[in-house]
Design a binder for this molecule. Sequence first.
Ligand SMILES: Nc1nc2c(ncn2[C@@H]2O[C@H](COP(=O)(O)OP(=O)(O)OP(=O)(O)O)[C@@H](O)[C@H]2O)c(=O)[nH]1
Length: 194
Amino acid sequence: MNLKKIDQAVLPTKWGNFNIIGFQEKNKNKNHVALVYGNIDNNQPILVRIHSECLTGDAFFSLRCDCGLQLQQSFKKITEEGQGILIYHRQEGRNIGLLNKIRAYALQDKGLDTVEANHVLGFSADERNFFSCAEILKILNVKTIKLLTNNPFKIKNLSKLGIKVVERISLIVTRNEKNDNYLKTKAMKMGHLF
Ligand SMILES: Nc1nc2c(ncn2[C@@H]2O[C@H](COP(=O)(O)OP(=O)(O)OP(=O)(O)O)[C@@H](O)[C@H]2O)c(=O)[nH]1
């Protein structure tokens, strides 16, 4: 195991009380969190959202992406389900980091799309991995899940890491003129299903 569970506490949110659990990667100063709702019954597939960090969308209400609204929808769907887990996946900007994401935004302001901008900066379109997410689920004794995502790549990756995804549940948010190109590029070049 590469992850160590640090501690947990109640986190009251506007959707209800979650249990926030902190994890630390061994040998690295990197942390992850899982928010657990309800009494997890591991005899059935658990509703899970793996939400990749997006400071601009999640905290600053950016309209450039769909991240913030997807995060809110995830809280809502998990509480409506009565149980579920939201993993906040600390790989900002599809794992190029915040400063490179700002560089990528600057290139997009000049006309490149999100994939082209990553390439110009020397990255692949998606630099993420899901090792820590699979490990968190295993630590929580969860092996079979229903995943909230539009991205089949996540399902493929989790399956390779021993997590069985029995259902994909879409997270469709309202488009606006600022995120329209981003969402079109994700559908056309990155295989997202909208
Ligand atoms: N490199 C880069 N990252 C971005 C950009 N816009 C958003 N992100 C990051 O993209 C990540 C979210 O990935 P998305 O491709 O939007 O969605 P996903 O997680 O693959 O799929 P969903 O499960 O449907 O949300 C977050 O880490 C964001 O910070 C961008 O223009 N460039």
